[in-house]
Design a protein around this ligand. Structure first.
Ligand SMILES: Cc1ncc(COP(=O)(O)O)c(C=O)c1O
Length: 376
C-alpha cells in the first residue's frame, strides 16, 4: 500500500526522546528552550514560542492579539477546521472568504467585501504550504487597521519573496508539528513573532499565566512565589517532543529537497493531462509541497471519488481535497454555501496524491502509471 503521507522518524529521534526522558526535565524545560532557539534561528525571526499544537498556537495568538467576543475574523473556509475553531475558542466569529482557484489561497479582492466595523483580524492560511498573496493582504490590513495572523500549519520551509514563512509577515505565525506535517514532534506547535511583548504574553499564557516559569523557579537562589494575574492555559510542549523537534529540524533541508524533487516529477508527468490541473506556484513563492494536490477540470465530485476508489483498489491511498469548513455542522449556513463558489469547486474536485520523504521514484512511477491507466 502506498500511503498518502508517512512521517520520517529515525534512530536519532529515538535516542533524543530517551535522553529527554532520562534527564529529569520532561516538560517545558531546557529542550523546549533549545528547540525554540533553533527554530527562531532557522526562520530568522526574533522569538519562537513552543506550544502543544497549531490549534493551541492559533487560539493563543488570537487571544494575545486582543481578539474576543463580538469581533469578526476573516479566514478561508477551504482549510482544516482548526482554523475556524481557534477563532470560535477566542469568542470571535469566523467570516469565510473565498479563494483564488489558481493557488487555493485567500482572494484579496474578496477580503475587502467582507470587512465590517467588527472586523479585527485576518487569519491567513498558507494552504498546504503555498504562501498566500501577502503583499495585497498586508496592504488591506494597513488600510483597515486589521491584525494579520498567519496559519502556517503546513508552511515550514515555504518562502514568500525570498524569505521563509514565519519571519513573520503578519504579527504572529503559527506552525504545526502533527505527524501529517513535514517536521513532526507527534503533536506540537510553534508561534513566531518579532514583537517581544507579544512573545512574553504568549510564554505566560501557555503555562497558566504564571508570573514565574518552572525553570526560573527551579534555578532561583531564594524561595520564589508565583502569581496568576489572569486566566491562562496549559498549552505546554513536552521535552520529549522538543528533543524530537530538534533532530527533525536538522533533517529539514533533506525533507524539503526530496519533496520538491518528487513534486517536480509529478508536474512533469501530469502536466500533459488535459483533464487535471497541477499546482501553480506564483513566481514570488517557493512551495514546500506539504501536500501535492491536483484538481480535476470536470466540475463533478463523482469523477474525483471514482478515481480515488480505483486508486485505492490498486493499493494507492489518496485524500479528498482540503475540506470546506462551512459545510460542517458548527459553521453551516446558506450565506456561505451561496457565496463561496470557488471554495466549493475546489473541495469537490481536487485530490491529494501520495508524497512523503521515503517515497521512491518507483512508488511514484506506479502512482503516475495508475493515473494514466484510469485516464485511458
Ligand atoms: C491549516 C491548518 N491549520 C491548523 C491545523 C491544526 O494543526 P494541529 O493538528 O497541530 O493542531 C492544521 C492541521 O492539519 C492545518 O492544516
Amino acid at each position: 500500500m502506498i500511503p498518502v503521507a508517512r512521517p520520517f522518524i529515525g534512530t536519532e529521534e529515538e535516542h533524543a526522546v530517551v535522553e529527554a526522558l532520562r534527564s529529569g526535565w520532561i516538560t517545558q524545560g531546557p529542550r523546549v528552550a533549545e528547540f525554540e532557539k533553533a527554530f527562531s534561528t532557522y526562520i530568522g525571526c526574533a522569538h519562537a514560542v513552543a506550544v502543544s499544537s497549531c490549534t493551541t498556537a492559533l487560539h493563543l495568538a488570537l487571544i494575545a492579539s486582543g481578539i474576543g467576543a463580538g469581533d469578526e475574523v476573516i479566514c478561508p473556509s477551504l482549510s482544516f477546521i482548526a482554523t475556524a475553531n481557534s477563532i470560535t475558542y477566542a469568542g470571535a466569529t469566523p467570516v469565510f472568504c473565498d479563494i483564488d482557484l489558481a493557488t487555493y489561497n485567500l482572494d484579496p479582492s474578496e477580503i475587502v467585501k467582507l470587512i465590517t466595523p467588527r472586523t479585527k483580524a485576518i487569519l491567513v492560511v498558507h494552504q498546504i504550504g503555498l504562501a498566500a498573496e501577502m503583499n495585497a493582504i498586508l496592504a488591506i490590513s494597513r488600510e483597515y487597521g486589521l491584525t494579520v495572523i498567519e496559519d502556517a500549519a503546513c508552511a515550514i520551509g515555504s518562502e514568500y519573496e525570498g524569505s521563509l514563512i514565519g519571519k513573520p509577515l503578519g504579527t504572529l505565525a503559527c506552525f504545526s508539528f502533527h505527524p501529517r506535517k513535514i517536521l513532526t514532534t507527534g503533536e506540537g506547535g510553534m508561534i513566531t513573532t518579532n514583537d517581544p511583548s507579544l512573545a512574553d504574553k504568549l510564554r505566560k499564557l501557555r503555562q497558566h499565566a504564571m508570573s514565574l516559569s518552572d525553570v526560573a523557579r527551579h534555578n532561583a537562589k531564594q524561595v520564589a512565589t508565583e502569581t496568576y494575574d489572569e486566566v491562562g492555559y496549559n498549552f505546554r510542549m513536552t521535552d520529549m517532543q522538543a528533543a524530537m523537534g530538534i533532530v527533525q529540524l536538522n533533517r529539514l533541508q533533506d525533507f524539503l529537497q526530496r519533496r520538491r524533487s518528487l513534486a517536480l516529477r509529478y508536474d512533469e508527468a501530469l502536466d500533459s493531462f488535459p483533464w487535471l490541473e497541477t499546482p501553480r506556484v506564483p513566481r514570488n513563492c517557493r512551495h514546500n509541497y506539504q501536500s501535492y494536490m491536483i484538481r480535476l477540470i470536470d466540475s463533478s465530485s463523482i469523477k474525483r471519488d471514482l478515481i480515488m476508489q480505483e486508486m485505492l483498489e490498486k493499493n494507492i491511498s489518496t485524500r479528498r481535497a482540503i475540506m470546506a469548513i462551512h459545510r460542517e455542522a458548527p459553521y453551516r449556513s446558506a450565506r456561505w454555501e451561496n457565496t463561496l463558489s470557488r471554495t466549493n469547486l475546489a473541495t469537490d474536485t481536487a485530490l491529494i496524491l501520495p508524497l512523503f520523504h521515503q517515497m521512491t521514484d518507483a512508488d511514484q512511477d506506479y502512482v503516475i502509471e495508475t493515473l494514466y491507466s484510469i485516464a485511458r
